[in-house]
Design a protein around this ligand. Structure first.
Ligand code: SAH
Length: 216
């Protein structure tokens, strides 16, 4: 599946739609305009690749809605060479957006099938990232601390291990709540023990679960 004129046109329209929905970060919009979302989609949903909705991928998971990716990425305020940890690789689309913005991406997935597939997808597009098959609750202490941490699955509260891996001055973005709905939350680490929380709207994610699944 290659990128073509039609897909490019659809992405441009998607970017306009995201602007209308309130996304203003030009770097985020630029990345969404460049990364070919259709390459990350299940073939059954290809024609919907540039519809602003979440869609099923393998292992019963979803590729996030572009608006959701845009909100989370905007809240992270990614700068060139920032070290960003993502929990929930899924399709790899969010990781590719971060890589396109110049971040050094570390991403963890608990389904082996998705972990393998996302690596292939990103490398076929020429993006590099460090992929890990594991349970994201523990983070990746060996590679931290991180400038930013993005959790792309729903959880009730942020695991201490992840808060500890955030640099002072760093930003963590997470949908906090139960399985039905979550509040997008930005956590700023202002000091060793000082974390400031703010809320940024309601979203629905698949849950963050314990352990790994070797489905490949
Ligand atoms: N960022 C993804 C969206 C993925 S949906 C994308 O751009 O496509 C959430 C993902 O989080 C799922 O793939 C799910 O398997 C994964 N996940 C859930 N709990 C996890 C955990 N404890 N550790 C790592 N990944 C987890």
């Amino acid at each position: 599946m290659i990128d073509d004129f039609e897909a490019k046109g659809k992405r441009k329209k998607l970017v306009e739609e995201l602007r209308q929905k309130g996304i203003t970060d030009e770097e985020v919009l630029r990345a969404i305009n460049i990364v070919p979302r259709h390459i990350f989609m299940d073939p059954a949903f290809l024609i919907h690749a540039y519809v602003d909705k979440a869609f099923p991928i393998s292992s019963g998971q979803t590729i996030s809605q572009p608006y959701t990716v845009a909100v989370q990425t905007s809240l992270l305020q990614v700068k060139m060479r920032d070290k960003i940890l993502e929990i929930g690789t899924g399709s790899g689309y969010q990781a590719a957006i971060l890589a396109e913005m110049g971040a050094r991406v570390f991403t963890i997935e608990r389904f082996r099938e998705l972990y393998l597939r996302a690596q292939q997808t990103l490398s076929s597009l020429g993006y590099s990232a460090d992929f890990f098959y594991g349970d994201g609750h523990a983070g990746q202490p060996k590679y931290g601390p991180f400038d930013g941490i993005i959790i792309t699955a729903a959880i009730k509260e942020v695991p201490d291990a992840l808060l500890k891996q955030l640099k002072i001055g760093g930003r963590l973005v997470v949908p906090l709540g139960d399985n039905s709905t979550q509040v997008m939350t930005l956590v700023l680490r202002e000091g060793e023990e000082n974390f400031k929380y703010s809320s940024h709207g309601y979203f629905v994610f698949v849950p963050m679960l314990k352990g790994t699944v070797n489905d490949n």
